[in-house]
Design a protein around this ligand. Structure first.
Ligand code: PLP
Length: 375
């Protein structure tokens, strides 16, 4: 049986070069970076070189990069400190954010006194910028938390536009870039983003490592307390092999960005064509021309009765994809993202999130389409 991986928004295969770089650290460079002897100094140096390399690729300062265990932790750290230490009076976010943001905001709301406004979502799954602007006109100390690329639909936020809007209204701007970092060029000197979050396993790096960018003019306080690692902003012995792995993955992703992007985009266009050919009554979530090049979300013209079994059946044929719905004990709960802007009856129909990487081929897509026709 074939094994076809089309779930790159969930996680990605680690590049062989990343594995080699990590193995070198695991085998040779095992000193604790906080130790003052040569073993410690070696690993400390690896961490600081990694920080500089990431910062150079983002055009920011090395001191503005804080290593975390994942994207979720970085989101938690930033949101909590903005509420607790910067005393924001309001968070503007949206109903289509990842749960790492939405659930954190909900819990913080129970612990602290601040208000939450949700920006409207347009029928194509994008943010209503004029609503955001209206919300920003209210004069309150505000944090705007909006993701760059949505992990279920691939809709894209205009980072430059939102960052400038926030700056003009004296609001902080936090963006979860977990789905897009390493897949776009970003210049933090020209785009006034205050906080950015990344996770290595989405760009062919290891799991269990991410980073936060925190603009140097803003003083956040740590989520984890303990040692003085990360200049006191994130206690805990650094995961040196993961940091080196993430940095290798990030450097390679940016070096090969244009080639890999063109290749993946061609695959996506082929996927759209094939779906239109074999399932002409499908409905794409967002215009595929406008959504991110790695992602396609489609509602298939299948009977509702097929919804709960679709992923399972694809899996039985060796195809790994996702759906914007969580299936719990046989009943299908629509995803919170689709629920924010898709209406009945489409919400109940089977939908697939197909996410691509440069490791995929046209044959993978042909196999998916052949399998879907059998189901
Ligand atoms: N934010 C987005 C948009 C994601 O897609 C994910 C992962 O699915 C996360 C945050 C969480 O990242 P991590 O798995 O590194 O905690």
């Amino acid at each position: 049986m074939k094994n076809i991986y089309l779930d790159n928004a969930a996680t990605t295969a680690v590049r062989p070069e990343v594995i080699s770089a990590m193995l070198q650290v695991l085998q040779e460079d095992y000193g604790n970076p906080s130790s003052t002897h040569s073993f410690g100094r070696t690993t400390k140096n690896l961490i600081e070189l990694s920080r500089k390399s990431i910062a150079k690729n983002l055009n920011c300062l090395a001191q503005e990069i804080v290593f975390t265990s994942c994207g979720t932790e970085a989101n938690n750290f930033i949101l909590r400190s903005c509420v607790r230490d910067l005393h924001v009076e309001r968070i503007i976010t949206s109903k289509i954010e990842h749960h790492a943001v939405l659930h954190t905001v909900e819990v913080l709301q129970r612990e602290y006194s601040f208000s939450v406004d949700y920006v409207s979502i347009l029928p194509d799954g994008t943010i209503d910028y004029s609503h955001l602007e209206t919300l920003l006109e209210e004069n309150k100390k505000t944090l705007v938390s909006l993701m760059h690329v949505n992990n279920e639909t691939g809709t894209i936020l205009d980072l430059e536009k939102v960052a400038k809007l926030c700056k003009n209204h004296n609001a902080y701007f936090h963006t979860d870039m977990v789905q897009s970092i390493g897949k776009v060029k970003i210049d933090l000197e020209t785009i006034p983003i205050d906080f950015l979050v990344a996770s290595a396993h989405k760009f062919h790096g290891p799991k269990g490592i991410g980073f936060a960018f925190i603009r140097k003019t803003i003083a956040l306080q740590p989520l984890l307390l303990g040692g003085e690692q990360e200049k006191g902003l994130r206690a805990g012995t650094e995961s040196v092999h993961n940091i080196v792995g993430m940095t290798t993955a990030f450097t390679m992703a940016l070096e090969q960005l244009e080639t890999e992007k063109n290749y993946v985009l061609e695959l996506k266009n082929y996927l759209v064509q094939q779906i239109e050919k074999y399932f002409p009554d499908s409905l794409f979530v967002g215009n595929p021309k406008d959504t991110f090049y790695t992602l396609l979300n489609v509602i298939l013209p299948f009977d509702v009765s097929k919804t709960s079994m679709l992923l399972f059946q694809l899996d039985m044929h060796g195809v790994a994809v996702s759906r914007g719905s969580a299936c719990q004990s046989g009943s299908v709960k629509p995803s919170h993202v689709l629920e924010a802007f898709i209406t009945e009856p489409y919400l109940k129909q089977p939908n697939l999130r197909i996410s691509l990487s440069h490791y995929n081929t046209k044959e993978d897509i042909d196999y998916l389409l052949t399998t879907l026709q059998k189901i």
